[in-house]
Design a protein around this ligand. Structure first.
Ligand SMILES: Cc1cc2nc3c(=O)[nH]c(=O)nc-3n(C[C@H](O)[C@H](O)[C@H](O)COP(=O)(O)OP(=O)(O)OC[C@H]3O[C@@H](n4cnc5c(N)ncnc54)[C@H](O)[C@@H]3O)c2cc1C
Length: 285
């Protein structure tokens, strides 16, 4: 399939890109890894594509001074996977990137594009929720928790550009786990679960669990998070996470099968996070 005809603008500044988006039929293109297939399938027919990849300064990864990171929206998946700064501060993010498609796609796709595309089975929207990301746009800063509104739907206005992803530091002694099940390596997840466990004096100071691919948006399994007061709570938390999702069934797996996966993957992700936090196996971040 070929895309419908469109005009093309390679913007060199955010102001130029925002001005071009005043045209209702304009659409941003970043890595093109989600947009181009949608054009080719004729699911979209914008009259103008505004390429933001030549705008300087949108692909930097910088320390925020408090142990967190500011990640430019044009940062590629592969950079998140290999950056020493990301690996040191948010190893769960680097680890999750290995599950995104194949290297060719990871070399082109951007964090901003993945968040704005908001595929319910994509890893990065889930990671943004897990890591309490703040998303900076050309108009405001919005919490990841308020950004994803439905499948392929976000709080972004038509002329708003995501510019930066701000990740606050994780607490000390935080361990992490990321577990994904896909039918083949590189396929979109049937379901994935990310978790962090933060310990203080042997007690759980905080537990976070995000479930990906089992609802219209990624979900924080808040009912499960509060059950993790010690290691023996992992099984109960996994059952609670299962109860919190409303998956759809499709030819890849029924709703019941996906719900089952949520329980299994939550148990595995929490166990890995616990081990890393407590130093009983696996590296602690
Ligand atoms: C074969 C294949 C397999 C894939 N497998 C996976 C997978 O397993 N997991 C996964 O997560 N993804 C997967 N993807 C999708 C891939 O990760 C995309 O790169 C990503 O979803 C979109 O990033 P992009 O930079 O390519 O965005 P684009 O395709 O350029 O844009 C996507 C959408 O976001 C908008 N947009 C882009 N940047 C911005 C911005 N800064 N501000 C506002 N709006 C913006 C665009 O207008 C468009 O609507 C796969 C893609 C392919 C082709």
């Amino acid at each position: 399939m070929k895309p419908p005809a469109f005009e093309y603008l390679a913007a060199t500044s955010l102001a130029q890109a925002v001005a071009a988006l005043a045209n209702d039929e304009a659409k941003i293109i970043a890595g093109g890894q989600s947009l181009v297939p949608m054009l080719n399938f004729r699911l979209l027919a914008p009259s103008l594509l505004v390429d933001i990849t030549r705008i300087p300064g949108l692909d930097a990864i910088e320390e925020d001074g408090g142990g967190g990171l500011r990640i430019g929206a044009l940062t590629r998946h592969h950079t998140l996977e290999t950056s020493a700064m990301v690996q040191a501060r948010f190893p769960v993010l680097s680890a999750a990137m290995k599950h995104v498609a194949h290297l060719a796609v990871r070399n082109r796709g951007t964090i901003g594009g993945s968040l704005c595309h908001a595929d319910p089975a994509a890893e990065l929207p889930g990671l943004a929720l897990l890591l309490n990301a703040q998303l900076k746009t050309t108009q405001r800063t919005v919490a990841a928790a308020d950004f994803f509104e439905g499948a392929l739907s976000t709080a972004l206005a038509g002329d708003e550009i995501l510019t930066e992803i701000q990740l606050p530091a994780l607490p000390p002694r935080t361990g992490w786990g990321f577990e994904e099940f896909a039918r083949r390596s590189g396929d979109f997840a049937l379901t994935a679960v990310g978790a962090t466990v933060s310990l203080s004096d042997g007690e759980v100071a905080e537990a976070r669990i995000v479930v990906i691919g089992a609802d219209d948006t990624p979900l924080r399994a808040s009912a499960a998070e509060v059950l993790l007061t010690d290691r023996s709570g992992i099984a109960a938390a996994a059952i609670a996470a299962q109860g919190q999702v409303s998956p759809n069934g499709d030819l890849h797996g029924s709703a019941d099968y996906r719900r089952h996966l949520v329980g299994v993957l939550t148990r595995r992700a929490l166990t890995a996070a616990w081990r890393r936090a407590s130093g009983t196996g696996g590296e602690a971040p």
